[in-house]
Design a protein around this ligand. Sequence first.
Ligand SMILES: Nc1ncnc2c1ncn2[C@@H]1O[C@H](COP(=O)(O)OP(=O)(O)O)[C@@H](O)[C@H]1O
Ligand SMILES: [Mg+2]
Length: 268
Amino acid sequence: MRTNPNKTLSIAVFSGKGGVGKSSLSANLGFCLSESGQRCLLMDCDLGLANLDVLLGISSEITIQDLLTLDITAQSIVQPVAPNLDLLPAASGVPELVEMDEDQRALLLKKLEPIISEYAFLILDMAAGLNPTLLSMARAAAKRIVVLTPEPTSLTDAYAVIKVLSTKADIRDFLILVNQVADREEAQTTHRRLDAAVEKFLGFKTHYLGMVRSDPNMGKAVAKQQALMRFAPESPAAEDIRVLAERLRSLRTALMPELIDKPALANF
Ligand SMILES: Nc1ncnc2c1ncn2[C@@H]1O[C@H](COP(=O)(O)OP(=O)(O)O)[C@@H](O)[C@H]1O
Ligand SMILES: [Mg+2]
């Protein structure tokens, strides 16, 4: 019997193409959850083009990649961002580590395990597109969010990612987050289009998680290297992110009976 039942909800944030808002949303969802008292760990899994540290105004010398090559613990690379919010930063432009082999993945997981259990949420900010490492991380996480925007190319790219994850990793459980929308109607229409394609060609349904409106404050916050929730807490996008964070909290509560029997991050 496990002496420490798992209480961490791990969520991997995907998209088909870059620039749809994965990192901004991961960072701000983490911020929002932490403000409501939930301990949250952000992990920058974009090992080729990391930027969560920049978004949050953190500079770090040692990164996730160093866990694989140096005799150090995960605890030693954790960066505090705000009360209840920590970051596992990655280095940019280390192409040889974008694709880890099985031994490296096992080592990373072994080093991460002792710290993950300290958190209510683990948010994995993924790279755009998919490689074998991202596929196995997708499988390892308890839940997956796919971010897309209403642009037609974003829709086809989101469909492509869902197709690969379902055919190659046997995943059929996706939460859809539509970013940069004018209003709720546009978000729901976008989700319906994606869902119709997934149902027709892949044979299952996706779940609508919610939407974030297009908001110039998002870009302004990035320029200031601040979370939007700090920079403009009353802005439309911040309001939407609070609603999403609340849904994730309810989701964690609802999933708790299933989570306790599993590791926070399954083998990847
Ligand atoms: N809701 C939004 N409204 C306006 N701009 C946004 C919104 N979400 C993200 N952005 C902007 O889009 C750009 C890409 O966001 P980013 O989070 O880096 O995407 P990704 O991680 O998917 O590549 C950034 O300049 C960010 O400020
Ligand atoms: Mg990103």
